[in-house]
Design a protein around this ligand. Structure first.
Ligand SMILES: Nc1ncnc2c1ncn2[C@@H]1O[C@H](COS(=O)(=O)NC(=O)[C@@H](N)CS)[C@@H](O)[C@H]1O
Ligand SMILES: [Zn+2]
Length: 480
């Protein structure tokens, strides 16, 4: 895209919605002009962020006993329609393929909105004995949901292009429960690697995944105070095992229904990372996912230009050998225009090298997140750069954690909740009864997000609806 096309300025971040849309375009992450609502195009730069992010997800899953596989996109209607709860949950969202060429298909095929009904008929054939457990398989695919709410790139798509879904099988309800806990831990670690702090909570029963016993979720708090569900872990009980007849031979020779979990992350992981770390100048990327981690800017004067360029090339070679993704910007743009361009793209570290720096045998390192400038001796450039990366990641994560803490408000009554959820997440006591929860949502005009997974139950308070004593507080928030 020509530089001139992007002369439009990036709005300030506090105009979050406009900032977000403009940034996806100016940093060349997504092109939203594709002529189907809810479908968007990954630019190469954005796609590199996706690749680096999903490398982290794969690493963490593969190192915890998961295996990656791949199941078909199209699901025959008779399989899709088997689990009543699941259907109810997805009936209005599923796309159907009804023709092959001009011939109507005798069995319509669903485009997977999620893959339980594609995978579990196969699990029925694969699972034989308790010795087969735990099955821990995941796939990273595109899924399709006919979302009727407002679609948004990376946040609410009709084609979810980066849907990582894990589907596990176990002998007992308790084993599945332990797997849910492991998955929550793995997701928390994935988000720590992205510098994104999360709220972890159990969704209220009326908000759980269709066909699940319960749903635990990870939410990020976005700069506008709304929460974004960036990961969910579902305990499926033996509901799907009964529907798809997934049985195993127990040690005592008995045939038993299996217990299952499933858990998913989508490109919302990237939406949260961009939104939480970005600033008025554009992207601020955690080094591990930045497509360009270091940009070298030669400071050229007539005298000594060759030496400077030669030194820049040498630094680039050494950093490349050390596994760093590095570019030299030797274009004829003015230095200020170069800084603008690479700051927009969130390059974590800029190295400036001019004739004086050469005399002192240093490069000037400028951090994208803090703007801090520091000289690094050229002889230690690899170690210097990698320690800068660690400092940047740690500082991004700490800053985001403080920001999150500042957006959680313990409220005493519902009126205060209504006010606080305009800027963040409120907590309020809840007796746990459905009618009180739904009544609360009516009064507040927003949903109960969930019961925090780690909750200090140290004092008795009163449910604001029925007055019953309770030790439980819930998160309440506006959500995407
Ligand atoms: N329309 C959408 N666009 C982008 N991400 C979405 C969309 N719908 C859901 N997601 C993300 O996908 C995650 C998993 O979706 S889900 O419905 O909660 N769970 C499942 O589908 C289960 N089968 C686990 S994979 C959600 O937590 C949310 O982060
Ligand atoms: Zn109550």
């Amino acid at each position: 895209m020509a530089e001139s096309e992007k002369e439009a300025a990036l709005p300030p971040k506090e105009e979050f919605s406009e900032w977000y849309n403009e940034l996806l375009w100016m940093a060349e992450i997504m092109d939203v002009r594709y002529p189907v609502k809810g479908l968007y195009v990954w630019y190469p730069f954005g796609f590199a962020i996706r690749r680096n992010t999903y490398n982290i997800i794969r690493e963490i899953l593969d190192n915890s006993g998961h295996q990656e596989a791949l199941f078909p996109l199209l699901i025959p209607e008779n399989e899709f329609m088997k689990e009543a709860e699941h259907i109810k949950g997805f009936e209005d969202e599923v796309y159907w393929v009804t023709h092959g060429g001009r011939d109507p298909l005798d069995i319509p095929l669903a485009l997977r909105p999620t893959s339980e009904t594609a995978i579990y008929p196969m699990y029925k054939m694969w699972v034989r004995s308790h010795a087969d457990f735990p099955v821990k398989i995941y796939q990273i695919v595109n899924t399709f949901r006919y979302e009727t709410k407002h679609t948004r790139p990376l946040i609410r798509l009709r084609e979810i292009t980066s849907f990582k879904e894990a589907h596990t099988v176990h002998a007992t309800w308790e084993d599945a429960e332990a797997q849910v806990k492991e998955a929550i831990g793995l997701y928390t670690e994935i988000y720590r690697r992205l510098g994104v702090p999360v709220l972890r909570s159990r969704r209220p029963d009326w908000d759980k995944f269709p066909g699940a016993d319960y749903t635990d979720a990870l939410d990020a708090v976005m700069p506008d105070g709304k929460t974004l569900q960036i990961g969910t872990v579902h305990h499926l009980g033996d509901n799907f095992a009964k529907t798809f007849d997934i049985k195993y031979e127990a040690p005592d020779g008995e045939q038993r229904y299996a217990y299952q979990t499933c858990y998913g992350i989508s490109e919302r992981s990237i939406a949260a990372t961009i939104s939480i770390h970005g600033d008025d100048k554009g992207l601020v990327l955690p080094p591990e996912i930045a497509p360009v981690q270091v940009v070298i800017i030669p400071i050229i004067f007539k005298k000594g230009a060759e030496e400077v360029l030669a030194a820049c090339k040498d630094v680039k070679e050494r950093l490349t050998k050390a596994g760093v993704r590095v570019e030299i910007d030797a274009s004829d743009l003015r230095p200020g225009a170069k800084y603008y361009k690479w700051e927009m793209k969130g390059v974590p570290l800029r190295l400036e090298i001019g004739p004086r720096d050469l005399q002192n045998n240093v490069a000037v390192a400028v951090r994208r997140d803090s703007g801090e400038k520091e000289q690094i001796p050229l002889s230690e450039i690899e170690a210097g750069v990698s320690s800068k990366f660690e400092a940047i990641h740690e500082s991004l994560y700490q800053k985001a954690k403080v920001e999150l803490e500042n957006r959680i408000f313990d409220c005493a009554e519902l009126e205060e909740v209504k006010e606080k959820i305009q800027i963040g997440v409120a907590t309020i006591p809840w007796c746990g009864k459905r009618e009180c929860g739904l009544a609360m949502e009516d009064v507040i005009g927003a949903g109960i997000l969930g019961i925090p997974l780690e909750q200090k139950r140290d004092k008795k308070e009163k449910c604001p609806i029925c007055g019953e004593e309770t030790e439980t507080r819930v998160y309440v928030a506006r959500t995407y």
